[in-house]
Ligand binder design. Structure first.
Ligand SMILES: Cc1ncc(COP(=O)(O)O)c(C=O)c1O
Length: 394
């Protein structure tokens, strides 16, 4: 059996690499502290779980979900209302909102919807995996734009040549940014929308971490920019803010034509979400929001413990401004190693799993990413173990 060529063009998947690293460590009898995947460790808030339990009792909820059903309509309205409350963005729930089976699914199908094999997707690198794997799987052309600390991890769009922007159909951006933790203000989004005005390019903003900022200023939506709906869509998710990663609830909002086309693709591929999950998602979006604050505060404490601890042992890192990750340059002592080699060393010598920077694209080399998905006491142990690795005599 020969896999399709599109699969051959994909890089090795990040989480496959991580699973292999973990297996290796376990085989060595090491008790692993897993900071590899951004997979929230805390449970979904009780009132949301309760709604799922309740709704799962009713046979009517076990059927296929259809876009014309009351439940799906109610979820679209809950998303639109949440956007109004959270970002003061007005959305028509009928045309400008589409629930997704997780935003990852939505982004992959979005690429399938718009990219021909001579269309470019402009993708900042490093970046979240599906932003670059989605275009490859769809058969499009990936054009990586390096983002570095020097430019605040923002793509320099003005430096792109006309030949490239003429062929480009999609631009991905995502702030707060996984993996670098950079944040963006509305001014940045205004610049991006302005840049896109005279171009035939869809601007797709992935706002998965909008709740995870630590400077006291709420992260904006790109749709707050005047006129943004002409070219922009925004992906979002309940996975992080409500610890609902396994439930698979995401959404895309914004330009109605783009959303209609994505809905068309999805109608050929999936049947939407299990209805009790949709009803529980409505509970999450419309119910008490103090749970979100508690979740974000927990990550903030973890960040302080972990990054504070690493700084104390001489691994000088910037305090993450957003997300629940730590983007760490390879310490000078190990600078000859690739990010993959250094991540393997951390597993073998410290039993700590991190994600190698190249898993986030070619410009992720020189870094590893830690996800703060273990409690504070485990993070303290991780720091102690990493200390020993940094102290090894060369
Ligand atoms: C930037 C970004 N977008 C999307 C996702 C995926 O979210 P979902 O669970 O909705 O598919 C992640 C998950 O880590 C992410 O980091």
């Amino acid at each position: 059996m020969h896999e399709a060529n599109r699969l051959k063009r994909l890089p090795l998947y990040l989480f496959t690499i991580l699973d292999e690293l973990k297996e290796k460590a376990k085989a060595m009898g090491v008790e692993v502290i897993d900071l590899g995947m951004g997979n929230p460790d805390m449970p979904t808030p009780k009132h949301i779980v309760e709604e799922l339990r309740e709704q799962a009792k009713y046979g009517i909820n076990h059927r296929y979900s259809r876009p014309t059903d009351d439940v799906e309509k109610a979820l679209k309205k809950a998303i639109a209302d949440w956007y109004k409350g959270r970002f003061n963005v007005d959305l028509d729930p009928r045309t400008e909102v589409l629930p997704l089976i997780g935003s990852k699914e939505g982004i992959a199908n979005f690429c399938l919807t718009f990219l021909n094999n001579d269309d470019i997707a402009l993708v900042p690198s490093p970046g979240y995996t599906v932003h670059f794997n989605g275009p490859i799987m769809a058969g499009g052309i990936l054009y990586s734009i390096p983002v570095t600390k020097e430019n605040g991890y923002k793509p320099d769009l003005k430096s792109l040549g006309r030949e490239i922007t003429r062929m480009a159909k999609i631009l991905f951006i995502s702030y707060p940014h996984n993996p670098t933790t950079a944040i963006a203000d509305l001014g940045f989004f205004q610049e991006v929308v302005e840049w896109g005005k005279d171009k035939d390019i869809i601007i797709a903003h992935d706002n998965a971490y909008s709740d995870f900022v630590y400077n006291g200023k709420p992260a904006p939506s790109i749709l707050q920019v005047k006129g943004a709906k002409e070219k922009c869509v925004e992906f979002h998710t309940l996975s992080k803010s409500y610890n609902m990663a396994g439930w698979r609830v995401g959404m895309v909002v914004g330009n109605a034509n783009i959303i209609r086309s994505l809905e068309k693709t999805k109608s050929y591929i999936d049947f939407g979400m299990f209805r009790p999950i949709q009803l529980a998602a409505i509970k999450a979006l419309t119910g008490p929001q103090d749970c979100v604050k508690e979740i974000v505060d927990t990550y903030r404490r973890r960040r302080d413990v972990f990054v504070g601890g690493l700084n104390k042992i001489g691994w000088n890192l910037d305090m993450p401004q957003g997300t629940f990750y730590v983007w760490a340059h390879i310490p000078p002592k190990y600078s000859a190693l690739t990010s993959m080699e250094f991540a393997a060393l951390l597993v073998e010598e410290a039993g700590v799993v991190s994600a190698p920077g190249t898993g986030f694209g070619e410009y992720g080399e020189g870094f590893v990413r830690f996800a703060l998905v273990e409690p504070e006491d485990k993070l303290k142990i991780a720091v102690e173990r990493i200390k020993k690795v940094l102290e090894i005599e060369s």
